[in-house]
Design a protein around this ligand. Structure first.
Ligand SMILES: CC(O)(O)CCCCCNCCCN
Ligand SMILES: [Zn+2]
Length: 664
């Protein structure tokens, strides 16, 4: 199934007709440069072009009031003076004779996207629209927004397609207060937003944009605000918010559909956000959401005002929706203290609603609330003077790296008598081996003939991943532990400079991993507290790997952050016999691990584990992992163990932090 792309140049045909410093950044070129970048990179040709349509009155009235709609309907016939007059009643927004038409197209585009995804015509998609939507309220325009495109889409998905639970992820750098107001008492729509806040000093300067607005009534717990109280947030801050706040809750919520308020003013270079996250971060943010809701994801453009980072970020997002390998995130920092303070605050207010966060730390002792500026009146931020704007240094960042699809997406190395699942390219040792291998066989490692054959197959797979001839692969071997040992001790380290080894199930993995060339993470039911060390991390689940909640907690809260910080060149995932891990959880694990090492994942399974070959191959080939069933309440001790583990490890691994360092 493909990726839908919705765009129409009609939505570029309105602009600011008078002087207003607050609105001058919202220009038609935002849309045209984004689309042109998709055309130039060949990405638009790989998408399914879906035409926009005008949202009907009834659809607009799913969110907005009749009087508001009636008012907006009059704007096409207004004189310039009337338009100015009409605009004055709202904040930071402008009207134009053609904006009502474009606002209907923007909302209608979101609905077309929902139809395409919910009917299975496409797997996912992106709508390039303007005017944006997430600030507009039931009876008010705000922040360049006229109709709330994504809020209308969420209500529409429920009403027309019977969606039970809709997740809205708003990565725009402004708080989508319009979305929050729309669903704050609705437990069927989970709204997550991060936004520049600076203790209420940043637009829209709302008290209710802070972390303690968690929703009301039956909606309590279903509204998540992550305020950024400083500018300059980086990739590590964004990933920490996903791993330690959004994803655990999203997996527990188990949505039928994911809508993204895809604003790119959260990228480096944007005059509004003033953040430092690079455009390739959106490849990962998109990827991390694509294993939810069976991959049903609709991204709708919101903000983004630096035309260079906007275009690059849009391309990164669409390329991930298309299933291309993800870029490695170079030198990820550690989350900054201010971000950790925000994460700690929001986790501490959410833990009472979401068992998966039950063990989150108490709020920081420093009273964050006291720093919210005392607002006599919301003066908003002062208009920036021209020289102040020029003086703000021009940000530069590297062009995002190419993300080349390897000629072979997925390969298999199987014993001759094993069946090869459709779509996998079968490697046979004989014809595929390079001459250099002859010199490399260390018979004492490979042992008997069977061992040698296994060794040859694995080496071939890894070699072809290294040269990007192959994306990922799966090998069935007679003895998984021996195979892991052989790869790790003889192949991985000198072929690839960092190998992330993920072992599911119990097995003695006593490797010398002190040199950092390899990071071994083992998830099992065995308690191995004694074997500590920075590069060998045993995660013990009391109820074993069959405990999906404990498992997903360990994956999201430990394995993902570790993986991002380690940034491996290869991921080796082994499924020990008798691990007990469920198929869905196994598929989710593969889906998530594909985000590392440009997708070079090598799965090792025991020959008799053939039954798991199908589900494994499906995810390796790019199909979304099926959703985990609604998660049961995690065992209290597993959560505790996880927190204790995180405490112990975060000295070495900064991405595991979820709170300000205790010293503060
Ligand atoms: C879709 C969106 O969230 O990007 C809209 C942002 C509106 C910003 C209003 N204030 C602008 C002040 C200019 N310095
Ligand atoms: Zn924005």
């Amino acid at each position: 199934m493909g990726t839908a792309l919705i765009y129409d140049e009609e939505m570029t045909k309105y602009k600011l007709l008078w002087v207003d410093p607050a609105c001058k950044i919202e220009v038609p070129e935002r849309l045209s440069v984004s689309y042109e970048a998709l055309v130039r990179t060949g990405l638009s040709d790989r998408c399914v072009a879906v035409p926009p349509r005008e949202a009907s009155d009834a659809e607009i009235l799913l969110v907005h009031s009749e009087e508001y709609l009636e008012g907006v309907k009059k704007t096409p016939h207004m004189t310039l003076e009337d338009l100015k007059e009409f605009t004055l009643q709202y904040g930071d927004v402008y009207f134009h004779p053609n904006i009502y038409h474009c606002a209907k197209l923007a909302a209608g585009s979101a609905l077309q996207l929902v139809d395409s995804v919910m009917t299975g015509t496409v797997r996912n998609g992106m709508a390039l629209v303007r005017p944006p939507g997430h600030h507009s309220m039931r009876s008010a325009a705000s922040g360049f927004c006229v109709f709330n495109n994504v809020a209308i889409a969420a209500r529409y998905a429920k009403q027309k397609h019977g969606a039970k639970r809709v997740l809205i992820v708003d990565w725009d750098i402004h708080h989508g207060q319009g979305v929050q107001y729309c669903f704050e008492d609705d437990p069927s729509v989970l709204y997550f937003s991060w936004h520049r806040y600076e203790h209420q000093k940043f637009w829209p300067n709302l008290r209710e944009s802070d972390y303690d607005s968690v929703g009301k009534g039956s909606g309590a717990g279903f509204n998540i605000n992550v305020p950024w109280n400083k500018v300059g947030m980086e990739n590590s801050d964004y990933l920490s918010a996903f791993c330690h706040v959004l994803l655990p809750v999203a997996y527990e919520f188990c949505p039928d559909l994911v809508l993204v308020c895809a604003g790119f003013d959260s990228a480096i270079g944007d005059p509004e956000g003033e953040m430092c996250a690079t455009p390739d971060i959106f490849a990962h943010l998109t990827h991390l959401l694509m294993n939810l809701a069976g991959g049903k994801l609709c991204a709708v453009l919101e903000g983004g005002y630096n035309l260079t980072s906007l275009a690059q970020s849009v391309c990164q997002t669409v390329q991930t929706l298309l299933g291309d390998p993800l870029p490695r995130l170079a030198n990820l920092g550690s989350p900054c203290e201010s971000a950790l303070e925000s994460l700690q605050c929001v986790r501490s207010v959410l833990r009472r609603y979401w068992p998966i966060l039950k063990h989150a730390a108490d709020p920081p002792t420093t009273d964050v609330g006291s720093r919210r500026i005392k607002l006599a009146k919301a003066e908003g931020e002062k208009a920036e003077t021209a020289e102040e704007e020029r003086s703000r240094e021009e940000k530069v960042w590297p062009e995002p790296a190419e993300r080349l699809r390897p000629p072979v997406c997925s390969a298999s190395a199987l014993p001759d008598d094993a069946a090869c699942p459709d779509g996998l390219k079968r490697l046979t040792s004989s014809k595929d081996l390079g001459p250099l291998l002859g010199r490399r066989i260390k018979t004492e490692v490979a042992g008997d003939a069977d061992g040698v054959a296994t060794f040859l197959r694995l080496y071939t797979l890894i070699e072809k991943m290294r040269t990007n001839e192959i994306g990922n692969g799966v090998a069935l071997v007679p003895d998984v532990a021996a195979a892991v040992k052989c790869v790790v001790q003889d192949l991985g380290s000198d072929l690839v400079n960092r190998v992330l080894v993920v072992c599911v199930g119990k097995e003695e993995l006593n490797y010398a991993t002190a040199d950092g060339k390899m990071l071994v993470v083992q998830i099992s039911g065995e308690d191995k507290e004694e074997q500590k060390g920075k590069y060998y991390i045993p995660m013990c689940l009391k109820k074993g790997c069959g405990d999906t909640v404990g498992f997903i907690q360990a994956v999201l809260g430990l394995l993902l952050p570790l993986g991002y910080e380690y940034d491996p060149g290869l991921v080796l995932l082994s499924r020990m016999p008798g691990s007990g891990v469920g198929d869905c959880m196994w598929q989710q694990l593969i889906g998530l691990l594909k985000g590392f090492a440009k997708g070079h994942t090598l799965v090792l399974m025991q020959t008799n584990d053939e039954a798991c070959m199908g589900p494994t191959a499906s995810v390796l080939l790019g199909h979304p992992a099926p959703p985990l069933q609604e998660l049961l309440t995690p065992l209290p001790d597993d959560g505790d163990a996880l927190e204790r583990m995180r405490e112990r490890l975060q000295a070495d691994w900064k991405m595991l932090q979820t709170a300000v360092s205790s010293g503060n």
